[in-house]
Design a protein around this ligand. Structure first.
Ligand code: AMP
Length: 212
């Protein structure tokens, strides 16, 4: 089974994908997490990606497609979080899945209004090691700066600074919102309002995944 989680930055795709992966055993594939691991490892790819990511721009399509292509056929099933982010990526995913002979099973579009996104992103921090997200206002780590799960360092991402947030929302509207229409034209999109507590959003998510 393959599920795509679409939605603007700050919609909670990563949080929900992580939970869904824990409850279903499906593999969570986050292109953002993969790129941050490359940066942490100091690889050439990571160095190149960082220059785009810090400003809130997208990393070039060829890099992303090459990075994710080998992983989409995981026998456990995959939860795609942060991919596809452009129509070119969605077309490349279609082509790869056609080769594998199995389509996308579900596309869930998580909606949140822009003011709420800015508030969420401005108070967000993540663990550098295991990528667990925190909200510094409503859900901070119990010990300041340290991850509850792994003890890693909890930091504010460079792309969660105000200028980068503004740019990421603009990039989302220009390049990623058309991906929602791409799947919508095929009648494949289930929309959920990603507001309320993470538990409430998870309930909505499992509702649409389970009902179809
Ligand atoms: P995320 O963790 O999904 O918010 O991604 C963080 C950053 O990684 C984005 O702002 C982009 O710079 C880059 N990125 C992640 N996924 C993609 C993608 N599918 N295409 C291009 N850039 C990406």
């Amino acid at each position: 089974m393959r599920i795509i989680l679409l939605g603007p930055p700050g919609a909670g795709k990563g949080t929900q994908a992580r939970r869904l992966s824990e409850s279903t055993g499906m593999k969570h594939l986050s292109t953002g997490d993969m790129l941050r691991s490359e940066i942490a490892a100091g690889s050439e790819l990571g160095l190149m990606a960082k220059s785009f990511m810090d400003k809130g721009d997208l990393v070039p399509d060829e890099t992303i497609i090459g990075m994710i292509e080998q992983q989409i056929n995981d026998p456990a099933g995959v939860l795609l979080d942060g991919f596809p982010r452009t129509v070119v990526q969605a077309q490349a995913l279609d082509a790869a899945l056609e080769k594998a002979g199995s389509p996308v099973d579900k596309v869930v579009y998580m909606t949140v209004d822009v003011d709420e996104l800015v508030t969420r992103l401005s108070s967000r921090a993540i663990c550098e090691s295991c990528q667990t997200p925190y909200n510094l206002q409503s859900d901070p780590p119990s010990k300041e700066g340290a991850c509850d799960k792994c003890g890693g360092k909890v930091v504010v991402r460079a792309d969660d600074q105000p200028e980068a947030i503004k740019n990421r929302i603009k990039v989302y509207e220009e390049l990623t919102a058309p991906v929602v229409d791409y799947y919508r034209e095929r009648g494949e999109v289930d929309e959920i309002a990603a507001t309320g507590t993470p538990d409430e959003v998870f309930e909505k998510l499992t509702g649409v995944i389970g009902n179809n």
